[in-house]
Design a protein around this ligand. Sequence first.
Ligand code: LLP
Length: 436
Amino acid sequence: MKQPFFPCENLTVRDGKLYFAGHDTTALALQYGTPLYLLDEARIRHNCRVYLDAFRSHFPAGSLPLYASKANSNKALYRLMTEEGMGIDVVSPGEIFTAKSAGFDLSRAFFHGNNKTDADIAFAMDCGVGCFVADNEEELCAIEREAAARGKTQNIILRLTPGIDTHTYAAVNTGKVDSKFGSAIETGQAEAITKSALQKPHVKLLGFHCHIGSQVFEEDVFERAAAIMIDFIALMKKTYGFDTTLLNLGGGYGVRYVESDGQIDIPKKIATLAGVINAACAKYAIPVPRICMEPGRSIIADAGLTLYTVGAVKRIPGYKAYVSIDGGMADNPRFALYRSSYTCHTANKMDEEPSLVASLVGRCCESGDIIQENVPFPASVGRGDIVAVCTTGAYNYAMASNYNRLGRPATVILREKDSYVAVRRETFEDLIALDE
Ligand code: LLP
């Protein structure tokens, strides 16, 4: 039998069963029920340390990787981020509130979003969010107003678009000139908003931000983006005498979901990036600013796995086969949205030849409720078997819904010797909690 493909080293097989982070997934399915999100604590810490170590080796003191909360947010994760010494990127008052509730030091938080309401801005300021990433002129004015009303000066950076087109899927491609995010360097709007920010008495401009996309594998796009940003930083020095002290290069390193995906060597990428930044700054004789990056997926994706129970197997002779599970697009909408690839295994039958190719589908009442096409299953697959979908730590729980009034699954965090519920399973009572 061909060795099964595992996208991450935290997956192994013992006695025909799939183990994740050293735990028997079939036992976890029994203990906690399905569908179930699992997170491997050691892997999260490892992924954070890869960034932290590379930052310490290659970037100036005060540089900081920020975990992009949007990938997956709960209180336990913010506690882990505190322990690891990470900063965070937040995009909503909900993420700010969650981080605050977990005791996260919000002076290490960067507040994103292309449309922060006045209420969002006020809330973030009152919570002590360290740095706002101002997206546009109207928002900049709103930040100035709220800061003035509080008699404080708010640290900000400006989100710019460097005009880079990454060849990832359209929904996550954000660095182009015509993006809804930020101000374009090419059109002169980046310079205009910089000038405006420098004139505002209650905002302190630290520098600039760009984010070119997500699940990006291309060779040199991050380096090209950094070089364009440094060109702009040098221009702002020359034109306005402005010293940039912080450059935030966003997130976006791709992760391996399936065998055909590449694998990014993050320490090597960061070393190369630092080389480009240092050379560009040397060329202009400007100091190298503190660097931030905002990894989400590359911190949490391969630390996640989802378990489901099979309910039915439908073989349509001459056509195709379906394996239906007790979750679906409500807990993982990524195939429905982006045709995303996943590696799937039948966790309790790892020693059986996977000879049946079927669509792995959810329980929602719509045909688009697909987790993955062309999944290999053992021919004996049937009701009660456990299916594991790998690499689901990022943008699964975070994008889950109550479609069909399905409760969201629990999130269980696995440690070396034990496991605990980080987010409990939604109950019927939760589902009607807001109904009057
Ligand atoms: N910083 C900014 C400003 C972002 O917009 C994002 C992701 C990140 C950082 C983190 O990027 P990462 O390292 O995770 O690639 N729902 C989509 C992904 C949307 C990404 C949005 N922004 C998906 O499921 O693939």
